[in-house]
Write a protein that binds this ligand. Structure first.
Ligand code: NDP
Length: 315
């Protein structure tokens, strides 16, 4: 195993990670950032970002993340591809922590900023797993193109599901929205958009019993949660949009997590229960989950890390 030491390690490359890198590099911490499995994070699988201040016309998610990265690199952040596969935060206070990259490279760092984000949740059906990539997807923007003029289903009733359904309605012949209850959790404006779209049909009180098809998605067997009645719809695409789970499994032996796995931070800061370890972005936020709030907490984490390192006398 190769070894390296640094003052500040940033794990993750969404708005939180890159913002932390911008601040940490400008503060002279020479941060190393590992991008993880999805460089740029969740915004790289989204479409137009219309709510990030400073882009009055909106911007494509992947483009925005490239600009974040370039801004961090401009100040000297060392941005690398690679995945942190394990960590060891058991060291004494004020001593460096350890992180292993791709099971082959060890980095010790006095300050570690976690910005690992969250990933899409799945229903957990065996057929969903079997047909993943063969009609089953969690990203309309990535895969919608393959279902042009076809019929598809979107599971969920939150903003993500509405956004996916709206996006797909412009490409596909027909979009079924499968909402398990009798109300949607999505914001009013998103609900209005899907309700007004001519080719979106909302099926209320509806869960997925099974996705059917041998080699690819052909039909979905539904169950009505009020009557327990089963029925089938013919679709070629099945999009799951039921929320996210934080990417925090590698930290669970060291950090305090809440019952859903989100890292708990000390109120009003990015500090975790381990000194020198700071958390930002969706990995610690199950409430706001916006690019702009993630960026804000990335900034907080870099400032907290800078003060921590100054206190230790690490320059
Ligand atoms: P949410 O947690 O808000 O919604 C999840 C949805 O999936 C709910 O309708 C939920 O149903 C349903 N669901 C959960 N589990 C299952 C299951 N096993 N089977 C069927 N349905 C299920 O997640 P989102 O990803 O939609 O949104 C997350 C956050 O991101 C929110 O704060 C949202 O506002 C924000 N967001 C904002 C956007 C924007 O402003 N453009 C775009 C996308 C997200 P139930 O209600 O019954 O629990």
């Amino acid at each position: 195993m190769t070894e390296e030491s640094t003052k500040c390690l940033i794990i993750g490359s969404g708005p939180a990670g890159y913002t932390a890198a911008i601040y940490a590099s400008r503060a002279g911490l020479n941060p190393i950032l590992y991008q993880g499995v999805q460089p740029g994070g969740q915004l790289t699988i989204t479409n137009d970002v219309e709510n990030y201040p400073g882009y009055p016309e909106g911007i494509q998610g992947p483009q925005m993340m490239m600009e974040f990265q370039q801004q961090a690199e401009r100040f000297g952040a060392d941005i690398r591809t690679g995945m942190v596969t394990s960590v060891d935060f058991s060291g004494k206070t004020g001593k460096p922590h350890k992180a292993i990259i791709d099971d082959e490279h060890q980095i010790t760092a006095y300050a570690i900023i976690i910005a690992t984000g969250a990933s899409a949740k799945w229903l957990g059906l065996p057929s969903e797993d079997r047909l993943n990539g063969k009609g089953v997807s969690a990203c309309a923007v990535c895969d919608g193109f393959f279902y042009r003029n076809m019929d598809v289903a979107v599971v969920g009733g939150g903003d993500t599901a509405c956004e996916e359904a709206s996006y797909l309605s412009k490409l596909c012949n027909k979009v079924y929205m499968l909402v398990r209850g009798d109300a949607m959790r999505a914001s009013k404006i998103m609900q209005k958009r899907v309700k007004e779209a001519e080719n979106i049909e909302i099926l209320w009180n509806t869960s997925t019993d099974e996705i059917l098809g041998e080699q690819e998605v052909e039909r979905v067997r539904l169950i009505n949660n009020s009557t327990q009645e089963k029925s089938e719809i013919k679709v070629q695409g099945f999009f799951v949009a039921i929320g996210h789970q934080p990417n925090t499994a590698i930290f669970k032996d060291f950090l305090n997590l809440d019952e859903s796995g989100y890292i708990q931070t000390i109120k009003g800061s990015s500090k975790t229960n381990i000194e020198g370890v700071f958390a930002s972005g969706d990995a610690q936020d199950n409430v706001y989950r916006q690019a702009v709030t993630a960026a804000g907490t990335g900034c907080m984490a870099a400032l907290d890390a800078e003060r921590y390192l100054a206190g230790l006398g690490v320059h």
